[in-house]
Design a protein around this ligand. Sequence first.
Ligand code: GLN
Length: 332
Amino acid sequence: MTSPDPVSARLRDYDLDDLRSRVLPERGGEVNDSIPQLADADPDLFAIALAASDGRVRRSGQSTTPFSIQSAVKPFLFALALHDTDGDALERVGIEPTGEAFDAIKLESGTGRPPNPMVNAGALLTAALVAGGDVAARNDRILRGLSSFAGRELHVDEEVARDEHALGDRNHALAHLMRAEGTLEVTADDAVEVYARACAVRVDVEALAVMGATLACGGRNPVTGEQVVSASVARDVVAVMATCGVYDGSGRWMRSVGIPAKSSVSGAIVLSVPGVLGAAVMSPPLDRQGTSVRGHIASGLLSRELGVHVFGVGDTVADRDGACPVGDHDDA
Ligand code: GLN
C-alpha cells in the first residue's frame, strides 16, 4: 500500500496568504542603513514564495518587487566557486561557524583562510575563485551562473553595486587582510568589486525561491531542468548553509526553523529543504543578527506547518492557535 507523500499533500493545500497575514502585524526589527538603497526600503514590504521540487511556484505578497540579493548570494557564489575550481575551493575557505557578525574582521587562526563562505570574508574569497581571467569575465560568469540558478536572466542594480563598493570599508579591510595572509590571489579592490556586484544583483522572491529550490534539488533547476551544479556541490553548499547561513544566529535558527537558509541585510532569506522545496521570504526589518524578523517567524511557521524541519520527527505540524513567536523568537 502506498500512502501519499505527506509533505507534497500539505504543500498543495497550504495557504501562503494566510501565513503572510498572520505574520504581517509583527513590527519588530530595524531596516539596515549601510547604503541609501537599503535604508530607503519599505518596512511593510513582505513577500513569500515557495518553489517545489516539481517546479511549481507559489507566492504571496509583493512577489515581483525587486530588491538586491545581498548576502543571500553567498551560497550561490560558494556553489559556483566549487564548480569552477573542481572542489578546490574547499581547501581555500573554512566551513566552521564563527559565532560572530557577518562582517567580523577575523580569519581562521593558523591558516589565514576565511572562516566559512557565508560570512563576508568567505564570500569575498569564493567570488574571487569563480572562473574568469579578470574582473569583467568573473562578473559575467557570476551573473550568468546566478541566472541559471534562478531560471531567468538577472541584472545588476548599478547604483547598489557602486555604493557597496564605495561604502564597504569593512569588506576592503577583509580583502586586504586576506592579501596580507596570502589567501586572496586577486587584488583587494578587484575582490571587493566582484563581491559588491554580486550583492547588487536584483531578484524578487520568486527568483530567489527557485534559486533555493535548485540547491534543494541536487543542483538541478526544477523549473528549467538545467543542471546548474553537480549534486555533490549542492549538498556541500546546503550543509554549510545549515551550520553557518544565519551567522551568529545559526544555532537558534536551526533549532526553531530547521531549514538550511541564508539571511541578508536586504531582509531576504533563501531557504532550501533538501529534496522538497526552495523558499524565499522578504521583509526588510532585521533583528540583531541581521535576520529579517518577519522572515524568521514566517519560516518557523512554514517549517512546522509543512512538517519540513529537517530534524523534526513526529512533531511537525504546528497548532495554528499557538502563540506567534515575536521579538527574539527564542521560543519559536
Ligand atoms: N553587501 C553586504 C555587505 O557586504 C551584505 C551583507 C549581508 O547581507 N549580511 O556588507
